[in-house]
Design a protein around this ligand. Structure first.
Ligand code: PLP
Length: 397
């Protein structure tokens, strides 16, 4: 049945994703089943999205209740779940400000781009972003992406974006001048392979933006909402942005994103400046409220830290010619390989019953549900040497 679905997928869907290797039918907890009945431990969670795993009763209940009351109203009217969620996010972010809700990470960053342009007026002509960064695929966010392979075919973007090497405070300080409207940074770069900016680097970003009046935007689309074992990475390192963007884990699988303007940056947009028909959709807001409740009630931040440590320590303890190390925080790790073996490792993991992701040619990403158990983490650690051997080119294996 899976093979047949893949064939029909190829005929009916655009080829931009290639042909995915399996057709998933359903999930429960951290496991998913394919349409042929085979089960897998989901260590990627829809790319850092399914924070509560699959079919979590609290998410099912919240979404079912909300869809039975009011599925959509548009932003011509307001509803309670959006107000509750905005208040809750501001509380978690520990400050004042205001929230704009969107449906995906790229839209949250588009909102941030418009916000900084609105703030800058005509005077500040460019924005700064980092090489290897990823902020989404729509044209504004793509203009910010420091990955030539995904952007070049779509240029020009109509936005002057200047790129700096990630982690280089001097380059950042030079690039951000009084003519710069904003600096966009992921405090930890996800698609680059879970690459962390040091505290000093993030502080240098804050200092330079303060000196020049550029807006500091942190893209926490992937790093936020508990992924690292903290609600937000910037709070853990104590560097406050002016604007923060969120998505992915926020809805636990329902599409919702947020562009949060902190302090006075919450009041930059005037009526009519921005909007989205589906943004702040009641069902998505109800889902996000359930996600935040469960993370709090079940202390999933601690779980992400402790189970993340089991995974990380377990991988560190493996001696294998293909394995170079592991980096990351909480339940967000990159297994570093001794060469471009990640695609084969992803395939070998799938065969062994684990969903992982070749995020870079030489790095495999793990971003499992925050409910992952220590035993589930250990089951992957035990299987990893075999997976690596199966992925090894003939001369290494
Ligand atoms: N920003 C970051 C840091 C991301 O990792 C991603 C997606 O991987 C995005 C933005 C884009 O999010 P979306 O795919 O929901 O548009």
């Amino acid at each position: 049945m899976g093979a047949e679905l893949r064939r029909r997928f190829d005929d009916a869907l655009m080829p931009n994703y290639g042909t995915p290797p399996v057709a998933i039918s359903h999930g429960s907890g951290s496991r998913v089943w394919d349409v042929d009945g085979r089960d897998y431990l989901d260590l990627i969670a829809g790319i850092a999205v399914s924070a509560l795993g699959h079919a979590h009763p609290a998410l099912v209940e919240a979404v079912s209740r909300q869809v039975g009351r009011l599925a959509h109203i548009s932003n011509l009217y307001l509803h309670e779940p959006e107000v509750l969620l905005a208040e809750r996010l501001l509380h978690l972010l520990g400050g004042t400000g205001r929230v704009f809700f969107a449906n995906s990470g790229t839209e949250a960053n588009e909102a941030a781009l418009k916000l900084v342009r609105r703030h800058a007026g005509k005077g500040r002509s460019y924005v700064v972003s980092a090489w290897q960064s990823f902020h989404g695929r729509s044209m504004g966010s793509l203009a910010l992406a420091g990955k030539p392979a995904i952007r070049e075919a779509f240029a020009p973007f109509g936005i002057d974006v200047r790129f700096v090497p990630y982690g280089d405070s001097e380059a950042l300080t030079e690039a951000v001048t009084p003519d710069c409207a904003a600096l966009f940074l992921e405090p930890i770069q996800g698609e680059a392979g879970v690459v962390e900016g040091t505290v000093d680097y993030l502080r240098a970003a804050r200092t330079r933006c303060d000196e020049t009046g550029a807006v500091l935007v942190f893209d926490e689309v992937q790093s936020g909402i508990g992924r690292t074992g903290e609600w937000f990475h910037h709070l853990a390192v104590g560097v406050r942005p002016d604007v923060v963007t969120l998505a992915k884990g926020l809805g636990g699988g329902l599409p919702i994103a947020a562009c949060v303007g902190l302090g006075r940056f919450g009041s930059v947009f005037a009526k009519g400046d921005h909007g989205s028909t589906f943004g702040a959709n009641p069902v998505a807001c109800a889902a996000a409220l359930a996600v935040l409740d469960v993370i709090e009630q079940d202390d999933l931040l601690s779980n992400a830290k402790s189970v993340g440590a089991v995974m990380r320590d377990g991988i560190t303890g493996i001696d294998h010619p293909l394995l170079r190390g592991v980096r990351g925080r909480g339940l967000w790790l990159a297994i570093l390989l001794d060469g471009p073996h990640a695609v084969r490792a992803e395939g070998a993991a799938l065969k062994a019953g684990f969903l992982v992701n070749a995020v870079q040619p030489d790095a495999v990403r793990l971003s499992p549900p925050l409910i992952l158990t220590a035993d589930e983490a250990r089951s992957f650690v035990s299987a990893l040497p075999g997976i690596l051997s199966a992925a090894a080119p003939a001369e290494v294996g």
